[in-house]
Design a protein around this ligand. Structure first.
Ligand code: MN
Ligand code: MN
Length: 453
C-alpha cells in the first residue's frame, strides 16, 4: 500500500473520452476570453449566456422564491446569478461561487490626450499589479465607455478586428539602453512613460497641437465627443492578442486575462449546466485587482443584502443562512515555473496540468491578510471531490517571505461563510499574455459542478 501523497497529471490519468471533453471545453473558453476582455464585457457576455439558460433580470429588494433563476447586474461591472433551490434544502445554506472579471491593464487618465513633437499620446494609470516593461511594444486595444455631457453613453472597442488599428507604448532601443540597463527594474520603468501612441498626422491648417487636434476630429466623427468627454470615461487599454493554443500538443492556452476568467468561465458553465436542488449564488466580481473596494467589489454590502433577500423569500434567518453557506473563492494561483524554480517551494506549489488547485491560505509573510480555511472545510471538499472524481492539488503562492497576494476569500469568510480558494494554476500571472493548462480548466468546471450539485 502506497501511503505517500502524489499529485496526478490529469491528461495521464483520464480516459480518451474525457481527454476530448477537456479539449472541446477549452474552445468555448477561448471564445469567452476574446469576447470579454474587460469586466463590463465579461458581465455582458455572461448575461447573454444566462438569458439563454432562462435566467431573468432581478431588481434589488424583489422577493426571491424557490425555483427562481435570476441575474442581478450590478452597474454593468459585476454580476450575481441566483438559482433559488428547493425550500427543504435551504437549511443547508447557499453554495456560493465567486470569481473576478477585472484584470490588470492600463486605464486612461481623465485628461489623457496630449501631443509631443508631432506625435499624439494618451496618458495612462496602470490598474492592478503589473511589470511595467511587459506592456511596452505590444499591440493594445482600447475598450470602455464614455459618458457624454448630455448623459448619453457611447461604447469604445478598437483594436480587436483584424483591420482595426492597434495602439502602442514605446520602449528605448537596446543600442541606447546602457543607462537604463544599470537601473533596478523597480525604478527603470517610469509609469508616467506608459503613454499610448495614438496619432501622427498633423492637421495642415493648425499651428499648435495639430496632431492632437486631428485625433480629436477622428474621435468626434466616431463617437461624437470632445476632449472634455474623457472626464467621464472609463477606457481600458488591454492587449490586442487573441487567445491561442500553445505547444505542439495544444495542452495550454495563452491569453490576456486568464486571471480570473479562467475561474469565471467554469463557474458560469457549472452554474448554468448543473441540475441541482440547492440554492446557488454565482458571483462575477470587479475590483479584485485593486483590493475589492467600492460598490462593484466584494467588500461591498451587496452580497449580504442579496442573502437577506433570499432569507426573506424562504422565511429563514439571514444569520443562520450565512452561517450554513459554503463558498469557493475561485481565483487563480501561481503555477510552478521551472525557469524560476527558486521562487517556489516544490512540495506545496501547484503544478500546471495537475488539476484545479486549492490554496488553504494566501497572504504575505506570516499568512498576513489571509483567510486560512479550516481543516474541517478542506476535509469536506476533499471528500466531495473524491466522490465526484475531481482531480485537484494543493497550492501555495510561492516561497515564504518572497512576496504574497490575496483574493476575495476573506471578504466572504468575514461574513461568517466557510470559504477556501480553489482555482486554476497560471504561468506568467498578470503578464499581458498568461498561460494555463486545458486539463486544469476542465477540472475547475468539474469541481464547481460537484460543489453546487
Ligand atoms: Mn485573481
Ligand atoms: Mn490577479
Amino acid at each position: 500500500m502506497d501511503l505517500t501523497y502524489k499529485r496526478k497529471n490529469v491528461l495521464k490519468e483520464v480516459d480518451e473520452e474525457e481527454k476530448e471533453v477537456v479539449f472541446s471545453y477549452a474552445e468555448g473558453y477561448k471564445t469567452f476570453l476574446d469576447n470579454g476582455k474587460t469586466e463590463r464585457e465579461a458581465v455582458a457576455e455572461t448575461i447573454a449566456m444566462a438569458k439563454k439558460a432562462g435566467y431573468k433580470e432581478y431588481a434589488l429588494g424583489q422577493k426571491i422564491e424557490p425555483g427562481d433563476k435570476l441575474f442581478f447586474n450590478n452597474r454593468g461591472k459585476s454580476l450575481f446569478l441566483i438559482k433559488a433551490g428547493k425550500k427543504e434544502l435551504i437549511e443547508e445554506g447557499i453554495r456560493i461561487l465567486v470569481a473576478h472579471v477585472d484584470s490588470p491593464r492600463l486605464d486612461l487618465k481623465q485628461v489623457p490626450l496630449y501631443e509631443k513633437n508631432e506625435l499624439a499620446y494618451l496618458k495612462t494609470h496602470y490598474y492592478g499589479g503589473i511589470k511595467k516593461y511587459q506592456w511596452m511594444t505590444i499591440p493594445l486595444a482600447l475598450h470602455g465607455v464614455i459618458v457624454k455631457k448630455d448623459g448619453s453613453k457611447v461604447e469604445v472597442k478598437v483594436g480587436e478586428n483584424d483591420d482595426d488599428p492597434v495602439f502602442y507604448v514605446t520602449d528605448l532601443l537596446p543600442h541606447l539602453s546602457q543607462e537604463q540597463n544599470e537601473k533596478k527594474v523597480s525604478v527603470a520603468f517610469n509609469p508616467e512613460k506608459l503613454n499610448i501612441l495614438v496619432g501622427a498626422i498633423p492637421l495642415p491648417e493648425e499651428e499648435k497641437d495639430a496632431v492632437k487636434k486631428g485625433v480629436l476630429e477622428i474621435l468626434n466623427k466616431l463617437y461624437g465627443i470632445s476632449e472634455e468627454d474623457f472626464l467621464s470615461a472609463e477606457i481600458e487599454a488591454v492587449p490586442a492578442f487573441k487567445a491561442r493554443d500553445v505547444g505542439f500538443d495544444r495542452a495550454l492556452v495563452a491569453s490576456y486575462g486568464h486571471d480570473d476568467r479562467v475561474c469565471a468561465y467554469p463557474e458560469i458553465t457549472a452554474t448554468l449546466g448543473t441540475e441541482t436542488d440547492r440554492t446557488v449564488m454565482t458571483i462575477l466580481a470587479d475590483k479584485e485587482e485593486i483590493g475589492s473596494e467600492g460598490n462593484t467589489g466584494m467588500q461591498c454590502d451587496l452580497i449580504a443584502d442579496l442573502i437577506d433577500c433570499i432569507a426573506d423569500g424562504y422565511g429563514v434567518s439571514s444569520a443562520l443562512l450565512r452561517a450554513r453557506s459554503k463558498c469557493l473563492s475561485a481565483d487563480v494561483t501561481a503555477a510552478y515555473d521551472p525557469a524560476y524554480a527558486d521562487a517556489f517551494e516544490e512540495k506545496n506549489v501547484a503544478y500546471l496540468g495537475k488539476g484545479v488547485a486549492m490554496n488553504k491560505f494566501t497572504g504575505a509573510r506570516g499568512k498576513s491578510g489571509s483567510n486560512d480555511a479550516s481543516a474541517e472545510y478542506v476535509g469536506f471538499l476533499r471528500c466531495l471531490f473524491e466522490k465526484e472524481g475531481v482531480i485537484w492539488q494543493t497550492g501555495e503562492l510561492g516561497r515564504v517571505d518572497l512576496g504574497g497576494g490575496g483574493t476575495v476569500a476573506k471578504y466572504l469568510a468575514n461574513r461568517n461563510i466557510d470559504t477556501v480558494d480553489l482555482g486554476v494554476p497560471v504561468l506568467s500571472m498578470h503578464a499581458p499574455y498568461e498561460l494555463i493548462g486545458k486539463a486544469d480548466l476542465y477540472q475547475a468546471h468539474k469541481a464547481f459542478s460537484a460543489f453546487i450539485k
